[in-house]
Design a protein around this ligand. Structure first.
Ligand SMILES: [Fe+2]
Length: 186
């Protein structure tokens, strides 16, 4: 269940309220079940996945990809698996933990673990949204945001792309005012 942490200390866990609070940014968040496929569920419970195992997870959840292909022109998807055993984890995360934008929407389906998206709102306030397993998020192109992991440092996320270039981060230089947790990224 997603958690929205406001700059003034308020917290919301109701998806409808979260959607309302994020409406000025057009950030979409939805509950998407991973279903009852036991092969997919067993693979998601593993900390790391081999290439073929990632393919099995992707294929088991391709109903969502097919919908995005048909309705929004998505062309590619991959599965990113992050856990504390990855040697260059902090280096990988450091690309995204500063405020940045992308030329394309950032579209992620968290299938295991969790991650924190921070947003700059039009009123200048900053909020942090913890996105958890079975949640889909679309961060529109050009939205100032940042991303990091909770202290568990564990997430599996399907990324959906319309092209290959648009997800490169463009740093805006805006400072992050607060963080829920400081232990995620070194
Ligand atoms: Fe991003």
């Amino acid at each position: 269940m997603a958690i929205l942490q406001m700059e003034n200390g308020d917290r919301y866990t109701d998806l409808q309220t979260i959607t309302q609070e994020l409406a000025p940014l057009n950030v979409q968040i939805n509950h998407w079940t991973v279903g009852e496929n036991s092969q997919v569920r067993n693979l998601l419970a593993q900390e790391s996945l081999q290439y073929e195992e990632k393919e099995s997870v992707l294929q088991g959840l391709d109903n969502y990809f097919q919908e995005l292909q048909q309705t929004a022109g998505y062309q590619y998807r991959d599965l990113i698996v992050l856990h504390p055993g990855i040697p260059n984890l902090d280096e990988l995360l450091a690309k995204f933990d500063k405020i940045h934008t992308h030329a394309d929407d950032e579209v992620r389906y968290i299938v295991d673990g969790e991650g924190i998206f921070g947003f700059l709102r039009p009123d200048g306030s900053q909020v942090e949204l913890t996105v958890q397993a079975e949640e889909y998020i679309n961060v529109p192109a050009g939205t100032e945001h940042w991303f990091y992991l909770t202290p568990e440092k564990r997430v599996k996320a399907i990324r959906y792309f319309t092209g290959t270039e648009g997800w490169v981060p463009e740093y805006t230089g805006t400072a992050i005012k607060f963080r829920q947790t400081t232990s995620s990224v070194g």
